[in-house]
Design a protein around this ligand. Structure first.
Ligand code: URA
Ligand code: URA
Length: 234
């Protein structure tokens, strides 16, 4: 076999092995695949739904412009608006862009993002079916927690995005996003695994993928939370 093909095959095998090891650690013994004719979570039947709002994600992004509404504008490189399906049934909300996200303008593209992709894959979903964004759209310097004034400047845009998307479920990723959106101070160990509500939308808080990279034993709990979400999405 030519060397190049052999290396590709070895790479693919290693990737597949990594995914299986991950699933094993998560306690996953199978994956959800949509039945033929059943629409997957995150996808609406084509053309069957028309939002009763005049805004669109594009018009909200336009309104945000080269945002200077808070001090995060000074050091950011790119605004990380959010990505995914404007009709998503599931929206994932993280804390704020990190270095890689700030460089690329897309949420969860670093190491934690790759783990998030694997969690989504185990749910039978991918990035194009859900919507992913953050509490704040610009990187806090040195990855510090966003501050009160930064949240108040940014949250209205998140609210408008959610109004357009009208998801059935929100998953908040990590302590920061969960406590901020839910206006709660309880620790993650108490928040996760239970349903909450944000603007009338059911919210399931779970551990942040970056936290899972440091605490892989918590992946099992994330999978419990994920199962509650999948159950709710039918
Ligand atoms: N829920 C759905 O609606 N579709 C899937 O593929 C998985 C869960
Ligand atoms: N962590 C987050 O909370 N959000 C991102 O977009 C990336 C890492």
């Amino acid at each position: 076999m030519p060397d190049k093909l052999y290396r590709e095959l070895a790479d693919l095998t290693a990737q597949a092995r990594g995914i299986l090891i991950d699933y094993d650690n998560l306690g996953i013994d199978g994956v959800f695949l949509p039945e033929p004719g059943v629409r997957p979570a995150g996808e609406d039947a084509a053309g069957s739904w028309c939002p009763a709002v005049t805004e669109s994600l594009e018009s909200i992004r336009e309104d945000l412009g080269d945002c200077q509404r808070c001090k995060l504008a000074r050091e950011r490189n790119r605004i990380v608006f959010g990505v995914g399906n404007p009709r998503a049934r599931l929206v994932l909300v993280g804390e704020g862009p990190g270095r890689e996200e700030d460089r690329r303008g897309e949420p969860f593209v670093g190491e934690a993002g790759q783990l998030l992709d694997r969690i989504l894959a185990a749910m039978g979903l991918d990035r194009s079916q859900v919507y992913i964004c953050n509490v704040v759209k610009c990187r806090p310097p040195g990855n510090r927690d966003p501050e009160e004034d930064e949240i108040s400047a940014c949250e209205p845009f998140l609210l408008r995005q959610l109004k357009v998307i009208e998801p059935e479920v929100i998953m908040t990723l990590g302590r920061y996003a969960s406590q901020t959106l839910l206006r709660q101070t309880a620790p993650m160990g108490r928040l996760r695994g239970h349903w909450h509500s944000y603007q009338g939308i059911p919210v399931m808080p779970t551990w942040h993928p970056a936290y899972l990279l440091r605490n892989p034993e918590k992946k099992r709990e994330v999978w419990e939370d994920v199962k509650l979400v999948l159950h709710r999405l039918g």
